[in-house]
Unconditional design. Structure first.
Length: 179
C-alpha cells in the first residue's frame, strides 16, 4: 500500500494537469489589419492551425472543433469582417479582402506558417489565402455545406456541381502532402 500511494499521486497529478491545461482561457484580442480591428482567439499550443468560419457565423460555431484541436495544436480562431466581434467597415467583403485580413493577422501574431481549416465563406476565403501567402500555408481543409433538399436539382448542379451525390461518390479524397 505504501508503494501504491506515490504511484496514485503521480497518476492523479498527470491527469489533473491535463484537465487544467485543457481548460486554460484563450488569448484574445483585436488585431489592427487593413483598416479593421479583427477579433481573434488563440487556444492551446503546438503547431498552429487557423479556423475560418462560415457566413453569418463566429468563433462560437467552432467551439467543439477548437476544444478538440487545442489539445495538441495552437488554434487561431478568427472572426472575419462583419462577423461576431469584428465590425464591418466600408469596403467590399470579398474573398480577396478576407484573405488579406487573415494574412495580416498571421503577420500581426508573428505566425510564420499555419495549417488552415475553412467552412463555407471561410473555405472560399481559405482558397484566396493560399494564393496570397502560399509559402506560409501548410495543410488546408476547405468544406462547404451540401443542402439535402437541393442536392441533385438542376439549379444546384449548375451552381454547385460538387454537391451532386453522384459526383461525391466518385471522388477520392487525397491528403495535401505539401509542407
Amino acid at each position: 500500500m505504501k508503494t501504491a500511494a506515490p504511484i496514485l499521486t503521480s497518476l492523479l497529478t498527470i491527469l489533473l494537469s491535463g484537465v487544467v491545461s485543457a481548460q486554460q482561457k484563450p488569448i484574445t484580442g483585436y488585431a489592427p489589419v487593413n483598416g479593421l480591428k479583427m477579433y481573434y482567439e488563440v487556444h492551446g499550443s503546438g503547431e498552429p492551425v487557423v479556423m475560418l468560419h462560415g457566413a453569418f457565423m463566429s468563433i462560437t460555431s467552432w467551439t467543439d472543433w477548437v476544444n478538440e484541436l487545442a489539445k495538441t495544436r495552437k488554434v487561431i480562431a478568427v472572426e472575419m469582417q462583419g462577423h461576431g466581434r469584428t465590425a464591418d467597415i466600408k469596403r467590399d467583403m470579398s474573398f480577396e479582402n478576407l484573405a488579406d485580413d487573415v494574412a495580416a493577422l498571421l503577420e500581426h501574431l508573428k505566425i510564420p506558417n499555419a495549417d488552415l481549416i475553412g467552412y463555407s465563406l471561410g473555405a472560399a476565403s481559405l482558397c484566396s489565402v493560399l494564393s496570397v501567402i502560399p509559402t506560409k500555408c501548410g495543410r488546408s481543409s476547405a468544406f462547404r455545406p451540401c443542402s439535402a433538399t437541393t442536392a441533385g436539382s438542376k439549379k444546384d448542379a449548375t451552381h454547385f456541381p460538387a454537391s451532386q451525390p453522384k459526383s461525391l461518390k466518385a471522388r477520392r479524397w487525397k491528403p495535401n502532402t505539401r509542407n
